[in-house]
Ligand binder design. Sequence first.
Ligand SMILES: *Cc1c(COP(=O)(O)O)cnc(C)c1O
Length: 392
Amino acid sequence: MDTLESPALMQITPRPASVMARGAGSYLWDEAGRRYLDFIQGWAVNCLGHCPPEISQALSRQSQTLISPSPALHNRPQLELAQRLVALSGLKDVHFANSGAEANEAAVKLARKWGRLHKAGAYKVITTQNAFHGRTLTMMAASGKPGWEQLFTPQPEGFVKVPFGCAASMCAAVDDKTVALMVEPIQGEAGVVMPPAGYLQALRRIADRDNLLLIFDEIQTGMGRTGAVFECQRAGVSPDIMTLGKGLGGGVPLSAVLANARASCFEFGDQGGTYNGNPLMTAVGLAVLDTVAQPEFLRHVRDREAQLSSGLQALAHRHDLPEVRGQGLLYALRLSLPRAEVIRDLAFDAGLLINAARPDVLRFMPSLRVSETEVAQFLDLLEGCLVTGLVD
Ligand SMILES: *Cc1c(COP(=O)(O)O)cnc(C)c1O
């Protein structure tokens, strides 16, 4: 198609020469009618799959009632979603935003404000190498993606990086200007990197001992992805500030920053945004949360995890692959060769969407409603691509 040869779009990422036209559950169809089994799902966004009836209905109903009253007025879906999130997380209050990066910016603003009020102007946030916190200028500085430190300089300052998973390095990096520790409970974009047992607990102890705020970026791990509503609950650690995005809107732009009573210190004028908390998006958030928070929904996630995890282990064993790692329905397979992009492209041609998170790491983030048959089909398709892609 000619419009694909020179699309009037800025060059931000190479895209395959297909146009996606329709989605339902675990499948996408392109304009040519080809079907794809989708194990990317909008980048771990579509927790209920493509076009779930809950979201279509919420959008349709809310769009006929109230879309955008102004952020300076209350609306019912925003009030209700805030209440539900506070009850589920045990934190005190919420500010809604439109993207993960924006929620993380709010988290850092909150921490710096708290530092001004309670810690003699401390402002530094310790983050981790290979972390991903978003693509605004400040969140690129907060992220630890290799190569990013040279981009768009000068970058906002105040971020110190330490290796992920090492509490001793975090401890050693604290100085009197440090205000917060910020981590993903599991590093998603880095290729589903799991921390060692006790890491999050150790960060909680450091934060308490040194009077720091603990910030968890649960944008990828939250909303049922790891088999609990929030990964920090599964780990048994409560942060001072938590950010949510991706699965929170299940496919629409909605994110949130939540804080406990200690950390929640915004005053009038500190934070805002035209679309923040608009009823169209928060009504969707409510519909998603009502589904995700049900015990049987989370049980389904853990059942499919058992199938996915043992299937990947068997596959790794048969093809001599070094590592399967993950939690819930966020999984990665490490290859013995840097062939992840080759295998991703073979998979695309075979009608399977997967992500090459690192040159030697494939990442899988299916719908949390993925069926037993679909997981089995995924394992079959993936094995075919590994057989072809891993030969010299
Ligand atoms: C995706 C992601 C972000 C950024 O979210 P955007 O909506 O793309 O701004 C931040 N942190 C984590 C852990 C993510 O996975």
